[in-house]
Design a protein around this ligand. Structure first.
Ligand code: GLY
Length: 353
């Protein structure tokens, strides 16, 4: 996989002009969803390079991350004369960058694309690292491929209008990057005033967070080894997310990850020597900013089954990324049913359920 260029923009317009100049193309297409078309598209107004851009607008949110939506993007590209030398700009959150990236990487066996992420989650995670895809057969990101964007242009000004739930959803992935990198980075994330964000400082934190992900993806783009570090919090987090969806009380991905981090730090404490005081600091942060995920012991078996069927496992063995300490990663760990049930007990007690 070629290295992806990730730019923390000082001014989105000029960064985009430069990125377009580095990526020669015959036709330019812009993909947005109905929300980013209304709220974020105006920021690109007046750019000469976008005069005559062909626009494709899709439905917003995860329910539209489907084969039908993907087919509508392929159809628009095909009917409007896109060629192998055309370029697609994806302006939106993770749904738009994942689906747009997949549409681009499969259309005529692959055309170039540039991501312009507009949510915190997309900036620090989804738009970076070349994972693209759609949901299928009730499973998240079931179909997709690794295909890096030519450039990822991060304009943190979009964050000043992000709602608080989506802010915290993205912040959970930043916490994960803190946990897998250094104590200094983790401490600055725990100390950041998320209620009254200082946007200049947030921009620096986003830059450091993206650098953590970039460095891991560069070492292991296709997730054979160290990229699994990015799955910290996700094995149990995905089970929480799927349970909530099955019970028709969906939660944002990052909230499920935050709760999953609490559980997996506890597992790290039990199995790989993660320090108790850092576990405690993580729990305090998550409890005060994310609240608790409510479930009872009647649901433990359902959560366990969901974990066993996660696509990251082989032969039904549940695979975890755990930590010996901050930045000290223990890949390919596992935990038996009893230990997981004890972890759920711990979560419910320590989160005040
Ligand atoms: N979202 C985790 C990864 O990109 O590998």
């Amino acid at each position: 996989m070629s290295k992806q260029e990730v730019i923390l923009c000082t001014e989105l317009g000029s960064s985009l002009q430069e990125a377009l100049a580095r990526c020669p193309h015959d036709r330019l297409f812009l993909l947005t969803d109905v929300n980013t078309h209304r709220l974020c598209r105006p920021r690109l107004e007046g750019l000469q390079e976008l005069a005559g851009v062909d626009e494709i607008v899709i439905g917003a949110e995860d329910v539209h991350k489907t084969l039908d939506t993907l087919a509508s993007v392929w159809m628009a590209l095909s009917q409007r004369g896109a060629t192998r030398h055309s370029l697609l700009l994806n302006l939106g959150g993770g749904m738009v960058t994942d689906l747009g990236g997949f549409a681009a990487s499969t259309f005529k066996r692959g055309i170039a694309y540039i991501n312009l992420p507009t949510t915190l989650l997309a900036m620090v995670d989804a738009s970076v690292g070349g994972k693209t895809g759609i949901n299928f057969n009730g499973l998240k990101n079931e179909i997709g491929c690794f295909a890096p964007a030519r450039s990822v242009l991060i304009e943190t000004e979009f964050l000043s209008s992000l709602d608080s739930h989506n802010f915290y959803s993205g912040y959970a992935e930043m916490l994960k990057h803190g946990l897998i990198s250094t104590t200094e980075h983790l401490q600055e994330l725990l100390a950041f005033d998320t209620e009254q964000p200082d946007y200049a400082l947030l921009k620096q934190l986003v830059g450091r967070s993206v650098a953590v992900k970039e460095s891991i993806v560069e070492q292991d783009p296709h997730e054979h080894g160290i990229r699994k570090a990015l799955n910290l919090g996700h094995t149990i987090g995905h089970a929480f997310e799927s349970l909530a969806l099955a019970q028709e009380r969906p939660v944002l991905h990052g909230y499920a990850v935050a709760w999953g981090l609490v559980c997996e730090l506890y597992l790290s404490y039990l199995k790989t020597g993660f320090p108790k005081e850092t576990l405690r600091a993580g729990i305090d942060f998550v409890r005060s900013h994310y609240g608790a995920f409510a479930f009872t012991c009647q649901e433990y078996d359902h959560l366990y089954e969901l974990m066993k069927h996660d696509k990251k496992n082989t032969a039904g063995i549940i695979n975890f990324t755990l930590l010996h300490g901050v930045g000290d990663i223990a890949l390919n760990q596992t935990a038996d049913r009893d230990t997981l049930f004890e972890t759920f007990d711990f979560f419910r007690e320590s989160m005040g359920e």
